[in-house]
Design a protein around this ligand. Sequence first.
Ligand SMILES: [Zn+2]
Length: 98
Amino acid sequence: MNQPTSAPPTTRPTLPAAARRRCPAAAAADPTPCDGPPDTATLIDRHGRETAGCVQHCARRLPGLDGARVHPFVPTARALDIYFRASELPPFAWEIGR
Ligand SMILES: [Zn+2]
């Protein structure tokens, strides 16, 4: 344990530079950039775990999370935007180049 424990997750030296600039909902293998602030929306998986993210990455992550949904506190228009974008994507869209 020679790494400082007080460093916030966004500055961990083991993360690639591109991953440090993206929201928590962005999958490591998904090369797309964020679309908006990193805490625009929150997803809840079927186990109750929450993941904050931008609209783009919440929409891209949602089809691959079985039983997940947008948090009910997310404004309706934003939640619908995420569901609409997600409905046009397969699970793990980045694996087939989308
Ligand atoms: Zn993002």
